[in-house]
Design a protein around this ligand. Structure first.
Ligand code: CP
Length: 323
């Protein structure tokens, strides 16, 4: 079996058996979660784990923080805004500084796509991508897959319509990389400005919401990612709720009582109606709950990979200075 990567940047860093292993481990952690008693602490030494969120987050940051605490690790909430990054220090020097302080793993969110790829060859410490620009959000896709399986969806029998701003969505990219590997058929839907320019073979695309819903056995709704539109107002904004929003009335009219996934944050009244988000069809809150167990699983896997190439030599004591 491949070693678990020390920098989990993308779903493409994992193979199928590692993903299966994470789902099984997340399920095991969830089994311990009733009162959090009897949770096996898998570490010989207490790891130190930091989050560094250079872009806003509610779900990802806090579920990692809770996962870290529940595993008995030491949690450092690295405040990028108040850090020496603001004095011009590079991200690499920042991470090496954390490593020298004893931090084993850092979960990083950044608005810069592919910013973490530079660390794959010589990792300054172990890194989990908490979302980078429009590129990838691997832990979100993994927890979504865990939730789909847990909710009883049979992957080979599932057709998932992902409706929304896929062009700017890192969650969409990670789902596209992950789900078809397990036999889930994916249909991408949105106005043409929201659809990716290229997709892997086998992925269907349509601008027609009702056609996508008609073919689907589950829906995954994404918000319009306005913060990535560089201040340019798209022509479809005003008509989006009518043409691409999903509400209870629509699903009832189409006789499609489908499970609804959403990574959050949701813009109620735009891509999803209030009645739908409050209904039993909506699994967004279960995704959030499951995020803790999947992230515990990912933390355990990455810390246990025994990679010896991490960081820089930290030789304590006197030394000789020569060229
Ligand atoms: N799903 C997700 O990444 O949400 P946050 O931006 O709140 O972390």
């Amino acid at each position: 079996m491949h070693k678990f990567p020390s920098v989990l940047e993308s779903i493409q860093d994992l193979n199928k058996s590692q993903i299966h292993g994470l789902v099984a481990l997340a399920r095991k952690f969830k089994g311990y979660a009733k009162d959090w008693q009897g949770l096996p602490v898998p570490f010989i030494k207490t790891p130190i784990i930091a989050t560094s969120f250079l872009e806003n987050s509610t779900r990802t940051k806090h579920s990692f923080a809770i996962a870290i605490e529940k595993m008995g690790a030491t949690y450092i909430d690295f405040n990028a805004e108040k850090s020496s990054l603001k004095k011009g220090e590079s991200l690499e020097q920042t991470l090496l500084t954390l490593y020298a302080q004893g931090v084993d793993l850092c979960i990083i969110r950044t608005s810069v796509s592919h910013q973490l790829a530079q660390f794959k060859e010589n990792p300054p410490l172990k890194i989990i991508n908490g979302g980078d620009g429009t590129h990838q959000h691997p832990t979100q896709a993994l927890l979504d897959f865990f939730t789909m399986v847990e909710a009883g969806l049979v992957p080979e029998e599932t057709t998932l319509a992902i409706i929304g701003d896929l062009y700017h969505s890192r969650v969409g990219s990670s789902l596209i990389d992950l789900l078809p590997q397990f036999g889930i058929k994916v249909i991408l839907c949105g106005p043409k400005e929201c659809l990716p320019k290229e997709v892997p073979a086998g992925i269907e695309m349509t601008e027609n919401r009702d056609e996508a819903i008609e073919k689907a056995s589950a829906l995954y709704l994404l918000r319009i990612q306005k913060e990535r539109h560089q201040g340019v107002e798209a022509a479809y904004y005003d008509t989006y709720p009518k043409n691409y929003g999903v509400n209870m009335n629509l699903l009832k009219k189409m006789n499609k009582p489908l499970p609804i996934f959403h990574p959050g944050p949701a813009n109620i009244g735009l891509e999803i109606s209030e009645d739908l988000i409050k209904s039993d069809l909506y699994l967004g809150h279960l995704q959030v709950r499951n995020s803790i167990f999947m992230r515990m699983a990912i933390i355990q896997a990455i810390l246990q990979n025994k990679d010896k190439t991490i960081g820089i030599p930290l030789n304590d004591g006197p030394r000789t200075f020569t060229f």
